[in-house]
Every structure is written in C-alpha cells, then in structure tokens.
Ligand binder design. Structure first.
Ligand SMILES: Nc1ncnc2c1ncn2[C@@H]1O[C@H](COP(=O)(O)OP(=O)(O)OP(=O)(O)O)[C@@H](O)[C@H]1O
Length: 262
C-alpha cells in the first residue's frame, strides 16, 4: 500500500556478499551483487564455475547467511520458496507419492487433499503410474520430475533451481527443458534458475544474467527475444544462435579470468 513501485520485485538482493573462512584462507565467493527478480519472471543465471551461483541460491533459499548486504523476498503467502537441486534431493525411503506430498504434509494439508494434489502433479509430469514406486526404481529423468512435482505441489511463490538438469543426458535434458517451459508458462511462478548451459538459459529465461568470475557479480543482462508462450522450437531460430554467441563471448572472458591465478 502506498508503494510507488507498481509491481515490486519478489526477490531483491542489495550489495549481497558472502565470504568463507577467515585469515589467509578466506575465500570471497560472491558479490557485492545487486539483483531484482520481478513477480512471475523466469530469471536464469549463467557464470563460470565457482563464481558463487550456488552460494547466491543457497542464500535466497535461507540455507546460508550473507556476509554483507541483504536479500529480501517479498512473499504474500506462507509458501515463499521451494528449491530443486542437481542431485534431485528426493527421499529414497519414501514412495514417489509420499515424496511429492512431502511439502504438503509439512504444511499440514489434510491427507486426502494432499494426496489429490500430489497425484495431479504426478500426472502432469507423466508419472501417474509410478505413484507407489520408490525412487530407486526410477531413471534420473524421472527422479528429477519427482523433484519438480514436489516443489511445484506446494505452489511456491519462488522456485529456486540449481542446475536441475546437469546430471541428465542431452536428450533428456532437452525434454525436461521443454516440459519446464510449458509448466512455468502456465503457472507463471517466479523462478531463479542457475545453469551452465547457455541454451537452457535462452530457452527458459525471460532474462539471462551473466555473472563474473569469483567473487560473482552481475556483468550483463540479456532478454531472449522470443514472445511467450514459446516452445522449444526457438532453438532453431537465427536469433537464438546469435544470442548464444553473444552470451558465450561475454562468458569466455570470465572463464579466462578465472583460469589465471590471482
Ligand atoms: N561451505 C563452503 N566453505 C568454503 N568455501 C566454499 C563453501 N561453499 C562454497 N565455497 C567456495 O565459494 C566459491 C563459490 O562456490 P559456489 O558453489 O557458489 O560456485 P558455483 O558458481 O555454484 O560453482 P559451480 O558452477 O562449479 O557449481 C567457490 O570458490 C567455492 O569453493
């Protein structure tokens, strides 16, 4: 109320920084970094290895405290954020259904409703027949779908994804990118997505942010010029290749910086 900003950002980092250790072994991992993610926006972050991408996401998820600056999440419900990791983060001792229901159980959603919502998400992700299976019986792609279903089932205001498809082969990765594209265009969940893959960032993102070598800062921002709803077919567009080249040129300098000892 009374806010002059018509659509305040859901996530805002201000002069955010993080160091690890102290003394001569101290590592400056991140920042100072400024970042805003608007409501409903899918923001991808690319950057050289070790530049602090996971550190940023862990701070956003509340798993790590910043050393300097602030990270604010403007939540309107009690379901601010859900996180999806590269290694799926699902429980091997719980059935697929129980995994997807997990966040709903934590929120004390009544069992019948929670089961119905979990089953709905499982069928949206093509896993309806695997509700009673255990994760050990699933492929990597299916396990990651379970993790996505679990995160989306709680209808989070912000989805934080840390290289969720990195462990998958190229074909499966493309399939899951397309599925995530479709899902997020329907739900318009505010998303912060970390990836090493420029292609993934361009396919999925409203914005692609390029981070510098460690300690990571935002070097550049590009908006893929593809209207929504878009499909994976944009991979064949000339603008796609051009943007990928441009992002790679930006990133290449940073990868070199990182390779040179300080
Ligand atoms: N708990 C920790 N203790 C000490 N150093 C850490 C810790 N976590 C991260 N670092 C260091 O902070 C820097 C940034 O790490 P981070 O994992 O955020 O990078 P990243 O960009 O996600 O890397 P990658 O792309 O390789 O996954 C690295 O130098 C890393 O070694």
């Amino acid at each position: 109320m009374g806010d002059p900003h018509p659509t305040p950002p859901t996530l805002r980092a201000t002069a955010l920084g993080r160091t690890f250790g102290r003394g001569p072994g101290k590592v400056s991992a991140l920042g100072p970094l400024d970042l805003e993610v608007a409501r409903g926006e899918f923001t991808c972050v690319v950057g050289p290895s070790g530049c602090g991408k996971s550190t940023l996401l862990r701070i956003a998820a509340g798993l790590l405290r910043p050393s300097t600056g602030r990270l604010e999440i403007r939540a309107e419900t009690d379901r601010p954020a859900a996180m999806i990791f590269q290694d799926y983060g699902i429980y091997d001792w719980k059935s697929v259904l129980a995994n997807v229901r997990f966040g709903l159980d934590v929120q004390r959603v009544p069992r019948k409703d929670a089961d119905a919502r979990a089953r709905d998400w499982l069928s949206r992700l093509g896993l309806a027949d695997f509700a009673d299976a255990y994760p050990a019986a699933l492929s990597g792609g299916m396990r990651q779908r379970v993790a996505i279903a679990r995160a989306l089932a709680v209808e989070p205001e912000i989805l934080l994804m840390d290289e969720p498809f990195a462990a998958l082969d190229a074909q499966l990765r493309t399939i899951l990118q397309d599925e995530l594209l479709e899902l997020t265009q329907t739900t318009r969940t505010t998303t912060l997505f970390i990836t090493h893959s420029l292609e993934e960032a361009i396919v999925l993102g409203d914005r692609v942010l390029v981070m510098s070598a460690r300690p990571g800062r935002i070097l550049a921002e590009r908006r893929p010029p593809f209207a929504r709803p878009r499909s994976g077919d944009i991979r064949d567009a000339a603008e796609f290749a051009a943007l990928k080249r441009e992002l790679w040129d930006l990133l290449r300098g940073e990868v070199r910086t990182e390779a040179v000892p300080a």
